[in-house]
Design a protein around this ligand. Structure first.
Ligand code: COA
Length: 250
């Protein structure tokens, strides 16, 4: 169990929080595995009706820990924890709700595409900087984004990888509702409580009906992205980009 993930269960809602504030909630392999394990146990627990994901310290998540990319490049089998998390969110049967404040970058943004409800501060900012890092899109974002916003906009978001704001994300239907800064968790909890109060079998069956058309495509995309992503981690382009980020730290 990673010390950087907290779990609280309140009134039938599992609340998972990225709590690595000094690193803007960047996600490590331990954190991925913990998240996957907690989602699996929530799925089996009839008392949990919905899961809410949030970040501590005013940010959602700065995405994958870049230091660990360097490690994974040498030991690709370590990516299993990442894949376990992506599988867990892609196939999660219960409602998944996100509360977004501050930055949502990389997988911190792509995981939102798997959520059922996204509540975000107007001040939140989003980015898919994969190509800038010499990598490729992940978490089935190369499937979901063109479907949501069309090819041209998806190319702009995923290949140029520039930061965009919550209003733009809302207009592209990546967010359900916007709120004032600092209010996203409160609003997400309100929605989680509404969902948790509904007949839970009907909720789970409805989510399945909404998602099942996509499952084969999502699985194929996750596999294909995963294979290419592993190769890209070893590429000179990615090494140069990681070194740039890490030397920036010094
Ligand atoms: N991996 C590892 N460390 C990260 C990180 C990441 N993805 N994102 C942030 N950090 C660390 C920084 O290295 C810094 O550590 P330090 O204090 O030990 O030097 C600390 O978190 C704070 O980051 P900083 O950049 O100073 O904060 P900021 O508020 O100015 O900017 C971000 C926040 C998220 C915009 C910026 O940190 C960023 O762009 N991070 C990289 C995001 C990214 O490319 N993720 C990978 C996607 S595939």
């Amino acid at each position: 169990m990673s010390q950087f993930i907290t779990e609280n269960i309140e009134s039938g809602i599992q609340i998972l929080c990225f709590d690595r504030v000094e690193k803007r909630n960047a996600i490590t392999l331990d954190m991925y595995q913990t998240l996957a394990d907690l989602l699996h146990s929530a799925e089996k627990n009839p008392d949990i009706k919905a899961t809410l994901i949030r970040g501590a310290g005013g940010h959602f998540s700065a995405g994958n820990d870049i230091n660990e990319f360097v490690e994974i490049a040498q030991k690709p089998e370590k990516m299993e924890a990442t894949m376990a998390f992506l599988q867990a969110i892609a196939t999660y049967k219960k409602p998944l709700i996100a509360a977004v404040e501050g930055r949502a970058v990389g997988v911190g943004a792509t995981m939102l595409l798997h959520c059922d409800l996204v509540l975000s501060s107007r001040e939140a900012r989003f980015q898919f900087p994969f190509v800038q890092l010499g990598l490729i899109p992940e978490a089935a974002s190369s499937y979901f984004l063109p479907k949501f916003v069309g090819h041209q906009k998806a190319f702009e978001l995923l290949v140029l990888g520039e930061t965009f704001d919550a209003q733009e994300a809302y207009e592209m239907s990546l967010i359900n509702h916007l709120c004032e800064e600092g209010e996203a968790y409160k609003l997400a909890l309100l929605y989680a409580e509404k969902v948790a109060a509904l007949p839970s079998e009907a909720v789970i069956l409805s989510k399945d009906l909404l998602k099942f058309h996509d499952q084969d495509n999502v699985q194929m995309t996750l596999m294909r992205e995963g294979r290419i992503f592993k190769d890209r981690l070893r590429s000179p382009e990615a090494h140069q980009a990681f070194a740039g980020f890490l030397s920036r730290n010094k």
